[in-house]
Design a protein. Structure first.
Length: 127
């Protein structure tokens, strides 16, 4: 599996070129600086117009999200190159925030919530 890994402060980002899955693992809360850096890193790792799938792991994230940061992340998630989104979540409050963000982006039909990596990856791979 050809994979590129990187970090944005506390958060991990990886791209599986074969499966075209970009994984973002969020640790604690996002700052605006981290949201901007994440967007830049995503565009660097997945350049061009090719579609890809997104796996977001928010199991270790904070349920608190500043309104301006939430808007910034919504803009990133609205990227038309993102075909499907799998969200790993364990906290009901974080899941609720995730559903609101996903609905605001208009990606509800292309997004599913999971509790394990295995389930999320199977869905993203269409298995």
């Amino acid at each position: 599996m050809a994979e590129r890994r990187d970090r944005v402060k506390r958060h991990e980002i990886a791209f599986d070129k074969k499966e075209r899955i970009l994984t973002v693992r969020v640790e604690d809360a996002f700052t605006m600086e981290e949201a901007i850096e994440l967007e830049n890193k995503m565009n660097e790792i997945v350049p061009g117009d090719d579609k890809y799938k997104l796996l977001i792991d928010v199991r270790k994230s904070s349920a608190k999200l500043d309104k301006d940061i939430r808007r910034r992340l919504q803009g990133q998630m609205a990227d038309e190159r993102i075909a499907n989104v799998a969200v790993l979540v364990s906290n009901p409050a974080v899941r609720m925030i995730g559903k609101v963000i996903i609905a605001a982006m208009g990606k509800s039909a292309d997004t599913r919530f999971f509790s394990t990596d295995e389930e999320a990856l199977l869905w993203l791979k269409g298995e």
